[in-house]
Design a protein around this ligand. Structure first.
Ligand code: MF3
Ligand code: CO
Ligand code: CO
Length: 276
């Protein structure tokens, strides 16, 4: 049985209970999340063939430092970078590196800033140069999946409604939903209850209540859903080496739906990110 508790009275750890946050807590989350989203906007101007992804990671660190924030991933359970950058068949938790981006690469950039103790977690897909049609289609579909999941966030629904909406859309398009990673509650903690599955049934999971804060971050593969972890202990790739894509928002449940904390200040949604 799921229990819910007032976040102000909760211990600062994951007890499996679902924390319900106040208006003031939403204000704190909005600030952290807007910083992350602003950084994701800036990064859109950098992505092009020839750029080593380590340059993006350096930019993320400096952007956080200049705005009074730290990247939550840096040294998190031994993770060594300020961002996760996952190219092509990498599903998630890819390491930034010195290898230059190539024309047609698709990449997920996942950033979490901690600002005044609040975690702003979001990721988007980017495309270096000109994508292949299948890659572009996967990126579009994955963004649609995220938004379909968000549309299912309403008090009274169960958390399973989110995963069901995502799975239905992905599989209708003959793609698959990664099972091994999920969204998560967050706030003063990076990863908290509940787990947010990106597949399942509408009658499963805890009830969605106002004040909940969590991420939705579907990973969708062009091929089968299976993943494996490389020897670095972090990088998750598709077993069949098919392309994978992901988008992530941090959201807060309101009385009649939800607020997306990590919406782009520049109005970006999915690539191409047209800038002046
Ligand atoms: N930002 C990722 C998420 O969406 C988590 C990355 S954890 C790390 O939950 F250790 F890999 F950085
Ligand atoms: Co997340
Ligand atoms: Co993330």
């Amino acid at each position: 049985m799921t229990t819910y508790l007032d976040a102000t009275e909760a211990p600062l750890k994951n007890t499996g209970q679902i924390k319900l946050y106040s208006k003031e807590d939403f204000d704190g989350m909005r600030k952290a999340c807007q910083l992350t989203a602003g950084c994701l906007d800036e990064v859109a101007k950098m992505v092009e063939p020839g750029l080593p992804t380590s340059k993006i990671d350096e930019f993320v660190y400096e952007y956080g430092r200049d705005h009074g924030a730290v990247p939550a991933t840096l040294n998190y359970r031994g993770y060594p970078y300020s961002s996760c950058i996952s190219l092509n068949h990498v599903v998630c938790h890819g390491f930034p590196g010195s290898k230059p981006l190539r024309n047609g690469d698709i990449l997920n950039i996942d950033i979490t800033f901690v600002l005044d103790g609040w975690h702003g977690d979001s990721s988007r897909m980017y495309i270096a140069g000109q994508p292949k049609r299948a890659a572009e289609r996967l990126v579009d579909l994955t963004h649609d999946c995220l938004m379909a999941g968000i549309a299912a966030v309403k008090p009274g629904n169960r958390m399973g409604a989110i995963g069901a909406a995502i799975q239905e859309l992905a599989e209708r398009e003959r793609c698959s939903v990664v099972r091994d990673f999920c969204g998560h509650g967050l706030g003063r903690l990076f990863h908290d209850a509940p787990n947010v599955l990106h597949y399942g049934h509408p009658d499963e999971g805890p009830e969605i209540r106002p004040g909940m804060i969590f991420t939705i971050e579907p990973m969708i593969n062009l091929g089968k859903h299976h993943v494996k972890i490389l020897k670095d202990g972090w990088t998750a790739v598709t077993r069949d080496r098919s392309l994978s894509a992901q988008f992530e928002h941090s959201i807060g449940v309101t009385d009649d739906g939800c607020e997306i904390f990590t919406l782009s200040p520049a109005g970006h949604t999915k690539p191409p990110y047209v800038t002046e």
